[in-house]
Design a protein around this ligand. Structure first.
Ligand code: THG
Length: 275
């Protein structure tokens, strides 16, 4: 599993406060601790509070890079914010450009911009693209797959290797009224998205979205993660501090034949993935 650690996000009050106070320690501790917990990438999202999103993402990137070389996942639907982050990033560590829809009403070319930026950032720059277009987030399986197919074919047209592409089927809170059929629709979409190209695009989700506002958050996240991995999900933006969730990741890798069995597989997994 390619785990993208979710905590450096202005949505969390401690991060929001650290951004306001320019408190590096809070950010650097989160960077180190999430790396230690097994993150392959650190998501970097300025949140909605910062007035200067471009300056803020640069401060976050520079602050993190002072203490750790874990690849970063620049998280914004605004190409200008991603571009600002890329200006100060060490892209040779690897970088994810997260996240572009297929197109927007206000910007038909948004996906093309992400591809261009990723190409400029070098061969280790990958993209997360959402199954979302100018009409918004689809609710049904077929529209999700249709948008994913357009994303994959656009990438191919541009010579952008599909192995550098992560398709995000967009998880919404299960607690929202009438949203309970969504997890099933997403799994059905995954069944098809993995056949869109050979080799297939990666698939990712913002796992914690699923349990927002719910009780039993960890349980909901972990059961859905295991279900989605069985359908081909190979990445997630998730809470790497949730040990029970990390054990599900290790066990799923084992059951998907990605890790050789040993009685101490949990230990082996966690020491292999510690940064
Ligand atoms: N897809 C992609 N990127 C994404 C998302 C996605 N980036 C952001 C988000 N969704 C994934 N990250 C989070 C981070 C936190 C939470 C959910 C998703 C979360 N936060 C607590 C809450 O809202 O209850 C905040 C709690 C607090 O303030 O302490 O759940 O889907 N590509």
């Amino acid at each position: 599993m390619i785990l993208i650690a979710e905590r450096i996000n202005g949505m969390f009050l401690d991060v929001k406060q650290a951004i306001a106070d320019k408190n590096k320690k809070v950010i650097q501790d989160l960077a180190k601790n999430q790396t230690e917990a097994g993150a392959s990438y650190l998501d970097v999202n300025v949140g909605t509070a910062a007035a200067d999103q471009e300056g803020t993402i640069q401060w976050l990137v520079e602050t993190i890079q002072e203490t750790c070389s874990t690849p970063l996942c620049l998280d914004s639907q605004k190409p200008d914010v991603i571009a600002a982050g890329l200006k100060v990033i060490n892209a040779e560590n690897g970088v994810l450009l997260n996240s572009t829809p297929l197109n927007k009403k206000s910007d038909e070319e948004v996906f093309d911009k992400y591809v261009e930026m990723a190409n400029q950032a070098g061969p280790k720059a990958n993209i997360i693209a959402l199954t979302m277009d100018k009409n918004g987030v689809p609710q049904d399986t077929d529209t999700r797959v249709a948008i994913a197919a357009e994303i994959v074919s656009k990438a191919m047209e541009k010579g952008f290797d599909t192995q550098r592409l992560f398709i995000d089927t967009i998880v919404l809170p299960v607690k929202v009224p009438n949203a309970q059929s969504q997890p099933g629709n997403i799994l059905a979409a995954m069944d098809q998205i993995k056949y869109l190209s050979d080799p297939p695009p990666h698939m990712t989700i913002g796992l914690s979205n699923l349990s927002q506002g719910a009780s039993e958050r960890s349980l909901i996240n972990r059961v859905f993660l295991a279900m989605a991995i069985s359908r081909g999900l190979d990445s997630a933006i998730a809470d790497v501090f949730d040990q029970a969730l990390m054990n599900v990741v290790a066990t799923s890798d084992l059951l998907m034949d990605k890790q050789i069995y040993s009685d101490s597989f949990l230990k082996v997994y966690s020491s292999a993935n510690k940064g």
